[in-house]
Ligand binder design. Sequence first.
Ligand code: HEC
Length: 175
Amino acid sequence: MSRIAVHLAFLTALLVTLPASTAKADDPQLSRGKYLVTLGGCNDCHTPGYFLGKPDTSRFLGGSDVGFEIPGEGVFVGPNITPDKETGIGSWTREQIVTAMQTGERPDGRILAPVMPWHAFAQLTADDTMAIAAFLQSLGPVDNKVPGPFKPGEKVSTFMFRIVPPGEIAAGAVK
Ligand code: HEC
């Protein structure tokens, strides 16, 4: 090999290895997870302020302030799904997050209310669910405990979406 060819080979090797060495910041599994979280609407139900028209991006996925009522079941508020150990899912393993997404089962055995669209997320491939879990675990922890779930009849301390029987209230009226 001539000296120039050796130099060229070295340069090519350098060009090929450089992007790979910076890949950590742009891990394909994390970018896939971020993409799926964006598409999955997780932000809507899990970020404070979203349903009030002012999502608090500094507390992304740090827990909602609006609950959903399911008649006869109670009111469910999108919890903090950042890795905070006390108020989020920081003590869950990646597998436990995947199980919750695929079967609705939390580590304590409770099955998540279907407001959380886990029946739909159960259709994702194992790789995609794993990518979502990896992305959630890569977030900065947010310290925010959401209240609930509230049992039927219990006083609800958050804003809430309520199911009202037909004809009960006039459009625009708050009672
Ligand atoms: C339509 C609203 C809605 C959307 C969209 C949604 N969630 Fe949820 N999620 C909820 C609610 C409400 C709960 C709590 C249900 C309960 O306590 O039974 C929940 C619970 C969870 C939990 C269990 C947390 C815990 O502490 O029990 C995880 C994990 C989770 N969601 C992840 C996600 C991810 C990831 C996405 C997007 C891919 C997503 N959710 C999209 C409403 C939603």
